[in-house]
Design a protein. Sequence first.
Length: 299
Amino acid sequence: MPLQTQSDVKYASSELLAGTTEWDTLRAEHRQVPGGAYNPVTSSCTELVIILSGQGTVRRTGDGQRQERVALPGTSWLVPAGTHETQLELDAPLECLHLFMPASLLERSALADYGIDPDRCRLAYAAAVADPVMAQLGGALQAFMRSGNRHDDRIFCDGIRTAVAARLMGHYTVDRWRVPPTAPTLDRRRLKRVLEFIEAHLATALSLDGLASQACLSPFHFARLFREAMGVPPHRYVSERRIEAAKAMLAADGASLAQIALDTGFASQASFTRVFGKAAGVTPGQYRALCRDQRLEVD
């Protein structure tokens, strides 16, 4: 039986970018969510939102807990099943991957097999989680959604669901999740300035010293605070943003691989191909072909 997500009500003004992928125990939606106020609901499903691109402030309230956090690429937002949300506001558009799962992430028999007490699996209302593992799982699912249905899709679904459930139960139950400390941090204003500088200069050489100067910090302190804020060091974040920009250009299918390599700050097409292949699991040419095939299926 399909999951009753109420996502069309909650995100009424958003746009589905790549449709949905759905099985009995997992539903994934790729959405572009504009800034503005949304319709909070009390969902019977557990919802995990992974930010793919964009940045902005999210204000939300669930079961009386008011949160105001910065949404950045790679961060996750968790809404446990049964949470009564009364506020959801974004001050900027965000591209998101929404995962919906049943209230019981795994069957009680499966929990028993692993020696897990179901009564200790209540999830926290966690916001702005910088968890690289969760981001990688979301990236794998997004790539699967782009590739279309295959004969092994049910196996893949079960694997992703189990991996996400294990991560949630291992780190984000109410007795384990703690709000990250507020100090020391890279304050929102300076972090926003650095991220905007990176986006505007992806085609150029970006040094640690140059990024630190945007935050008015020493390179040593900037590198440490940036990693605490984003979950990855500055050089890895820059590489990830270059790869994402390259993916968008490849999907648009309007420039040569050499030009895309130049426009995204790679020293050569060979370097671009090597780094892209390591990050995406396919070469730039193969990724472009997948995007073409997807457009043909839509047409």
